[in-house]
Design a protein around this ligand. Structure first.
Ligand SMILES: Cc1cc2nc3c(=O)[nH]c(=O)nc-3n(C[C@H](O)[C@H](O)[C@H](O)COP(=O)(O)OP(=O)(O)OC[C@H]3O[C@@H](n4cnc5c(N)ncnc54)[C@H](O)[C@@H]3O)c2cc1C
Length: 337
């Protein structure tokens, strides 16, 4: 067990995808900023990658006071044990009080290994992070018991306090071009780069053109769409609006849409500018994944459907009549009439 007094500062674990700093790294800084300001401590990011030193400096504009970079050809592909070795070495040397990562494949892989090695706790998939100002500790909130309660978890004695947050659960801060910081370039001995894994290839999920979490417009359908064929209209509309198709869980379970489109507690969290829900009731488990969308439009034939409680605009009506009319109005509705 590590004594908590020696540990301070808030760290975010940045991610590199295809040689670029990925957007979750900026989202994490927005979470980290809130925590570090409340604690009045420094905010730092860790970036492990190849040819990444220059790009890592962008993290300063998004809130980082320091960025710890390990830049090595052996980090070109993601081999979990190497990344865990380097993170562990950094944490043991610099002793952050809090370490947060995104609940992506990367974060979900590294953080448990790291927590086990550091003998500390880890709360996965948080929807809210805050600071208990009296005790100066991290409050890690996540849905529990099938999403029926929100549990707030603390790590009072052991450091670092570790949590993952869902990607897209916060928007990045506005970049401040004038902000600078300290880049700490670290090198480690070759034994930390030994891996039990061998990189074979990267297989892209071809089931959706634009991943829903990257899309600013989401056209989502639920059981009220009545069948797989009717989802074609959602695809048509999403194409016209340059968006992506989202779905509720039952439509995925029934095989109308691939799982990569599922939004909600057991699917993805999204924060688009525009979210349109056709025939979705608005169950708590669905709303958990989309309620931070900027503008929500709901179309449902039941005026008491809970989705209307989170919607900015609501239409009480039959989705299967409204959608063809909308497509026609927008100019491409002939095939669905
Ligand atoms: C642990 C757990 C995790 C879960 N995770 C998720 C998750 O990640 N995502 C998720 O979505 N759900 C999740 N669920 C399921 C969730 O509880 C709901 O069952 C689900 O969201 C309901 O989907 P729906 O709105 O498509 O269907 P329904 O609740 O059946 O709603 C259909 C809606 O369509 C309306 N409707 C019917 N016909 C029409 C029409 N012609 N035009 C317009 N409206 C019409 C109805 O009025 C109704 O409101 C989870 C549940 C559990 C227990």
């Amino acid at each position: 067990m590590m004594s908590s007094e020696e540990y301070s500062g808030v760290w975010t674990l940045g991610e590199v995808r295809n040689g670029e700093i990925s957007s979750v790294s900026y989202e994490l800084l927005a979470w980290g900023k809130k925590l570090s300001e409340k604690l009045e401590e420094r905010l730092s990011s860790v970036v492990l990658g190849h040819n990444i030193k220059r790009k890592s400096q962008e993290l300063f504009e998004f809130g980082a006071d320091e960025v710890y970079v390990v830049d090595n050809p052996k980090l070109e592909h993601f081999l979990p044990d190497i990344h865990a070795n380097l993170c562990e070495a950094l944490v043991r040397e610099y002793k952050p009080g809090i370490l947060i990562a995104s609940a992506t494949t990367y974060g979900r892989t590294i953080m448990p290994i790291l927590a086990a090695r550091l003998k500390t706790g880890l709360t996965a998939d948080c929807t809210e992070l805050d600071i208990d100002l009296k005790e100066h500790i991290l409050l890690q909130t996540r849905p529990a018991i099938g999403g029926n309660v929100m549990a707030t978890i603390k790590t009072p004695d052991i450091r670092p306090q570790m949590a993952t947050v869902r990607p897209k659960s916060k928007r990045p801060l506005k970049p401040d071009k004038s902000k600078n910081g300290k880049l700490i370039l670290k090198e480690y001995s070759s034994d930390l780069y030994e891996s039990r894994y061998k990189w074979l290839s990267f297989e892209k999920d071809e089931s959706s053109d634009l991943p829903i979490q990257e899309s600013d417009v989401i056209i989502a359908g639920g059981k009220g769409m009545k069948g797989k064929k009717n989802f074609d209209m959602l695809y048509d509309l999403s194409k016209m609006l340059n968006g992506a198709v989202g779905a509720s869980r039952p439509t995925v379970d029934m095989g109308w849409v691939p799982y990569s489109h599922q939004i909600g507690l057991s699917g993805k969290t999204v924060t688009p500018h525009f979210y349109m829900a056709f025939g979705i009731s608005g169950a708590i488990q669905h709303v958990a994944g989309m309620s931070s969308s900027k503008i929500i439009v709901a179309i449902n034939k039941d005026p008491d459907a809970p989705i209307f409680k989170v919607a900015d605009f609501g239409v009480v009506g039959d989705a299967l009549e409204i959608l063809p009319a909308l497509l026609k109005k927008l100019g491409k509705g002939e095939r669905n009439e």
